[in-house]
Design a protein around this ligand. Structure first.
Ligand SMILES: NC(=O)c1ccc[n+]([C@@H]2O[C@H](COP(=O)([O-])OP(=O)(O)OC[C@H]3O[C@@H](n4cnc5c(N)ncnc54)[C@H](O)[C@@H]3O)[C@@H](O)[C@H]2O)c1
Length: 294
């Protein structure tokens, strides 16, 4: 299959292009930043917010499937208005182009931040958080991802030939970050595990970039198994902590204390069960095997 990956030079994108190429697809990566791509991946440098470069990219890739990752990937990394404009504008432009160019599937990156944690009053209805739990974003990045999910549902209503979906990857850990390279927050994975205040900001979730990449690949490959507009959580089944996180959740997110009692068995705060039942996806890598502690 011909697959176009936007944001293919990024921390997650490099694993997505590699996994798709390993699975035998013809992959084009489009990104404003150049990057060394795996053998067989066509790397295009393009600003996909520019209509001419967007059209040229789609003409060159002629994609049967699109994986849309490009955007501003970290909350508060850029001014709020820029985060909203770039992320929502890119999603509309790329996903509409996927439909216009005849792609049969398009999957976009959302984020668990849509649930709206990290406010003092954040109180989940229940834990673990599945895709049926209401979203309640409060910062521009989380709001941009909520709008991307709505964009996917809006476009799905009038595009019967293209199945659209979203994946919410947890805190993405690229392969080199298990070895000690800094994560997107600047600290290492060993530091994140050692200091619960760091991991608490993402509710102790994580996902290996290669495992997340497999879910993006499965969503792109199996439009007939997905209800167009569907959303999938993509987090590891265990929390990033030495033991259960019920008490840690109560300490760092006090309003969630009651719901957190359900995590005493060692469950993660998020459930990815839908991706398993719909697409057969299970993360294969855990921090216990991957993390090299000094
Ligand atoms: N890293 C995480 O923990 C995480 C978690 C949840 C969701 N996500 C989402 O997954 C996606 C990928 O995240 P990442 O960590 O790889 O981010 P990243 O910043 O490493 O990669 C994003 C890429 O998008 C490119 N890009 C930005 N604007 C563009 C434009 N106008 N045209 C073309 N390319 C453009 C950037 O150059 C960059 O290479 C993002 O949508 C992010 O919001 C990431």
């Amino acid at each position: 299959m011909r697959v176009l990956v936007t944001g293919g030079s990024g921390r997650l994108g490099r694993s997505v292009t590699a996994v798709l190429a390993e699975r035998g697809h013809h992959v084009t990566s489009a990104d404003t930043a150049p990057a060394h791509q795996p053998a067989g991946v066509d790397g295009v440098v393009a600003d996909l917010l520019d209509p001419r470069q967007l059209r040229q990219t789609f003409d060159r890739a002629a994609p049967e499937a699109v994986v849309h990752l490009a955007g501003i990937a970290v909350p508060f990394a850029r001014p709020d208005v820029e985060t909203l404009q770039v992320n929502t504008g890119l999603a509309w432009a790329v996903l509409s182009a996927a439909i216009e160019h005849g792609a049969r599937s398009a999957v976009a990156a959302s984020s668990p931040t849509v649930y709206g944690y990290n406010t003092p009053s954040w109180k989940p209805l229940y834990l673990p958080l599945d895709e049926d739990h209401p979203v309640a974003p409060w910062h521009a990045y989380g709001l941009s991802k909520t709008i991307i999910e709505d964009t996917v549902r809006a476009l799905a209503r009038t595009a019967p030939g293209c199945v659209l979906s979203c994946v919410r990857p947890g805190y993405v850990v690229a392969p080199q970050e298990w070895e000690g390279a800094p994560t997107q927050q600047g600290h290492t994975m060993a530091q994140r595990l050692a200091d619960p205040a760091l991991a608490a900001t993402s509710l102790f979730n994580y996902i290996d970039a290669r495992d997340a990449a497999e879910l993006f690949a499965l969503a792109a490959e199996n439009p007939d198994r997905i209800e167009s507009g569907q959303v999938f959580n993509a987090v590891a089944p265990d929390p990033l902590a030495p033991g259960p996180v019920d008490e840690l959740m109560a300490r760092f997110h006090p309003a969630a204390a009651e719901a957190a009692a359900a995590l005493a068995d060692g469950s993660a705060v998020f459930s990815s069960e839908r991706a398993h039942t719909t697409l057969g996806w299970r993360p294969r890598r855990t921090w216990r095997e991957q993390l090299r502690t000094p």
